[in-house]
Design a protein around this ligand. Structure first.
Ligand SMILES: NC(=O)c1ccc[n+]([C@@H]2O[C@H](COP(=O)([O-])OP(=O)(O)OC[C@H]3O[C@@H](n4cnc5c(N)ncnc54)[C@H](O)[C@@H]3O)[C@@H](O)[C@H]2O)c1
Length: 315
């Protein structure tokens, strides 16, 4: 196509959608009804996954809980039922295992039906400096936090495409937008999860009449225990958020079919600064915020194998 005509069409569409998003951001958004939807949440045995399960159960959705920890998952099942969930199903599944994801997905289809809202939430963190992180734990971070998303999408997206109905939710992190000291493997996995989910947004967008939605969530730290011990220098700008607050915001973003959600709002501003400021200026901002010192007091949940780290580092 002629470059002038192409540019005019681009500018027209650009202005139209920029204006549309401005207007949409000013008016209260309608929320979709999820009663009757089949919502699958990975990593439902704890923290955010558990809270989302309880919310979706109370909204009348059929809720499918996946976790590697059977006991914790059963407790979520009990709590979701207590919140009014009539159809709540719990399955033990290690999402990092492709074979297990496909096997349990087959079981879900047989027992419940086709998943219509998939929330990839399962996650782990090691929280060590790069050279102190055992090789197998770096691989595990990538498998659980990112590669597992390939398998769950492969398992459930075809039915969504066939029905032209569904919603894919990726729980990434602010660590999927910024590198953070002491989180090299975690950041790599969360950047990967973000990139994968965003690519799917564009792939699905190219399907004519597509109605499958995608949402990517990038929160800063919140108090589930995953980042136990972490503190921030200026909680006013970068607070360790309350998990209930985060779960509610994520639920709203899903119900409003938002494409991106970053929490707290300061993350949007920091993203813009990262694009326009020099690394030296960003360093000054980092020193002020102490973002790269956040992991210094990290205790967390996962205890990495120190012995293996030493051995592996020698090879
Ligand atoms: N807590 C935070 O500060 C924070 C910040 C940003 C993003 N996130 C992300 O939010 C998500 C939920 O975090 P959370 O704080 O609720 O963590 P959490 O530790 O409370 O819950 C994670 C759940 O994932 C499960 N899990 C771990 N490995 C699994 C596997 N292989 N297969 C299936 N289940 C597995 C765990 O058993 C656990 O129940 C994670 O993806 C995390 O990376 C958390």
């Amino acid at each position: 196509m002629n470059i002038i005509l192409d540019t005019i069409i681009f500018l027209g569409k650009f202005l139209y959608y920029a204006l549309e998003s401005l207007i949409v951001s000013l008016i209260p958004k309608s929320k979709k009804d999820v009663a009757g939807e089949i919502v699958l949440i990975t990593g439902a045995g704890s923290g955010l996954g558990r809270l989302l399960a309880m919310h979706f159960a109370s909204l009348g959705a059929t809720v499918i809980l996946w976790d590697i920890n059977q006991e914790a998952n059963m407790e979520t099942c009990r709590l979701a039922k207590k919140k009014g969930g009539v159809k709540v199903f719990a399955y033990k599944c290690d999402c990092s295992s492709r074979q297990e994801v496909y096997k349990v997905a087959d079981q879900v289809r047989e027992d419940v039906g086709d998943v219509t809202i998939l929330i990839n939430n399962a996650g782990i963190v090691v929280g060590k400096l790069f050279l102190d992180t055992p090789d197998h734990m770096m691989e595990r971070s990538l498998s659980v936090n990112a590669i597992s998303h390939f398998w769950t999408y492969k398992a459930f997206l075809p039915a969504m495409v066939k029905a032209n109905h569904g919603h894919l939710v990726c729980i990434s992190s602010a660590a999927g937008l910024f590198g953070i000291r002491g989180l090299s493997d975690y950041c790599a996995s969360k950047f990967a999860a973000f990139g994968f989910a965003e690519s799917l947004f564009y792939e699905l967008g190219k399907i004519k009449g597509n109605k499958i939605k995608t949402t990517i969530i990038c929160p800063f730290f919140f108090n589930t225990g995953m980042f136990e011990g972490c503190t921030t220098k200026h909680p006013f700008l970068l607070p360790i958020m309350e998990q209930e607050h985060v779960a509610q915001k994520i639920l709203n973003a899903i119900l409003e079919e938002k494409v991106y959600l970053m929490l707290p709002r300061f993350i949007y501003f920091a993203m813009i600064l990262k694009q326009i400021l020099s690394p030296k200026v960003m360093n000054v901002l980092d020193e002020y915020l102490g973002a790269n010192e956040t992991m210094t007091s990290f205790k967390g949940r996962v205890k990495a194998d120190e012995t293996q780290s030493e051995t592996e580092r020698k090879h």
